[in-house]
Design a protein around this ligand. Structure first.
Ligand code: UD1
Length: 431
């Protein structure tokens, strides 16, 4: 295991190239399991969640060929097994997509309940289960496993109105319905860019999915999917993380290889905070010369402000002028990072789903522990803006979702290095 060492207090300058979207990749890899042919997936980020899902597919019997760092070929035709053990599933939230894809392909799935980031509240999957049942599956939760069986051997199309807008449930039901019989209509769905990307992936392999990115998705089931090549969209949250870092540290960076439209909810907030953002083709030039202004943020499903950007913006708002209020409305609470920021001198008070931040002139470096993926990214941002040295442990969370994070920040002039951690420190971060 590693720790990151950051010497903060300097502005950022240079270019950063954004990788493929984590949350699209972790759904597209399970989706490849449903394809009757070879899928070539390009722009796949090299992160630990991706490696884990590829290894799950391999354990099930798929052939995986790495073409280069960001391209893999998946041939899942030899898979006969529909069981994903606890040891694999618990390490990644997105392992729940294996239920939808195995159920769609085989009419049966037996998958251990997922793990993933702990935001300090529950992460229910009742809407996924409601969807599978509506498509004609019998679902049992037994001994930590979800066993889902299509009672007629194959799922059948249905109308499903989700009670809650859920990224995971939208994608999972879209996966299983792609190979079902007849028409499925999903209402009150999530509209995140990665929902559209998964639909585009499936369509390019022969599925018939319309409306992804709107409130209603219509899926006409097909008998099989064929192989093909697909390139994953750029990661909105990774791009936003570098933009938030620029806001906290000042300077000027070009965030390259993105879809600027996907960044609108983040760009709008930065403009409010006095950060300049200029669109240049598939890049954004982001600059802050003057002081950083306060902002109020309320997290919402897309196209609202993403919950996955909330901790990184909180890090920047700790050094903004004035009082900012963050309302977390997607998760019941997601402020486990606040105590770490306080140890750096931040003035942040948390009350249930609200955080009130009084901006201070600067933070001071400290020993920090990443408690989840985006909180970990926020700690890098806080450490980069802080005066002095910080050490961050628990960085395995960060590496679940950020490709080459050290190298990318170093290219922007940041002083950040990784060091191996002794066993006792690793044990502390795992706890
Ligand atoms: C995905 C993202 C995660 C992000 C979240 C919200 C992945 C792998 N993870 O998580 O990074 O923070 O979207 O943008 O893509 N809910 C229910 N019942 C369900 C499902 C969800 O009540 O069956 C609730 C959740 O408790 C939460 C809200 O709906 O309050 C949103 O959850 P959801 O969109 O499903 O999040 P995930 O797919 O788990």
């Amino acid at each position: 295991m590693k720790k990151y060492i950051v010497e903060g207090g300097n502005p950022l300058f240079g270019e950063v190239h954004i990788s493929g979207a984590k949350n699209a990749a972790v759904a597209i890899i399970p989706a490849a399991l449903m394809v009757d042919g070879v899928c070539r997936i390009e722009n796949i980020p090299q992160i630990s969640d991706v490696s884990l899902l590829l290894s799950i597919l391999q354990d099930l019997g798929a052939h995986i060929r790495s073409i280069n760092k960001n391209t893999v070929e998946i041939d899942a035709r030899a898979i006969r097994n529909s069981q994903v053990p606890y040891d694999s599933a618990r390490r990644c939230r997105a392992s729940y997509y294996m239920i939808g894809s195995l159920l769609g392909r085989f009419g049966f799935a037996d998958v251990a309940l997922p793990g993933g980031c702990d935001f300090g509240g529950t992460r229910p999957i009742d809407q996924h289960l409601k969807g599978f049942k509506a498509l004609g599956a019998e679902v049992e939760v037994q001994g930590g496993f979800i066993k889902a069986t299509a009672t007629k051997g194959r799922l059948s199309g249905a109308n499903i109105f989700f009670d809650k807008v859920s990224v995971g449930a939208t994608i999972n039901i879209m996966l299983s319905a792609a190979l079902s019989e007849g028409l499925t209509v999903l209402e009150n769905v999530a509209k995140e860019p990665h929902i559209v990307d998964v639909a585009n992936f499936l369509n390019s392999m022969g599925a018939d999915i319309k409306g992804a990115g709107t409130d209603v998705i219509k899926i006409r089931g097909v008998d099989s999917l064929h192989g093909g090549t697909y390139s994953i969209i750029p990661d909105q949250i990774e791009a936003g993380t570098y933009m938030a870092a620029l806001a906290a540290c000042g300077g000027q960076i070009k965030v390259c290889n993105i879809i600027p439209k996907h960044m609108d909810c983040i760009t709008a907030k930065l403009l409010e905070m006095g950060v300049e953002v200029e669109e240049i083709d598939d890049s954004l030039l982001v600059r802050r010369i003057g002081p950083l202004g306060k902002a109020n943020i309320k997290t919402m499903p897309y196209p609202g402000f993403p919950t996955d950007m909330q901790p990184q913006f909180a890090a920047a708002l700790c050094v903004a002028q004035g009082t900012s209020i963050i309302t977390e409305s997607v998760w019941s609470s997601r402020f486990r990072y606040a105590d770490e920021f306080k140890r750096m001198g931040a003035q942040i008070q948390v009350n249930e789903n609200l955080a009130i931040i009084e901006g201070v002139d600067h933070l001071t470096g400290a020993q920090l522990q990443a408690c989840d993926l985006r909180a970990g990214a926020a700690m890098i941002i806080a450490a980069l803006s802080a005066y002095g040295r910080s050490e961050i442990i628990g960085v395995q969370y960060i590496e679940r979702g950020y490709e080459d994070v050290i190298e990318k920040f170093r290219k922007l002039g940041a002083s950040i290095t990784a060091e191996e951690v002794a066993d006792e420190e690793a044990a502390l971060s795992a706890g």
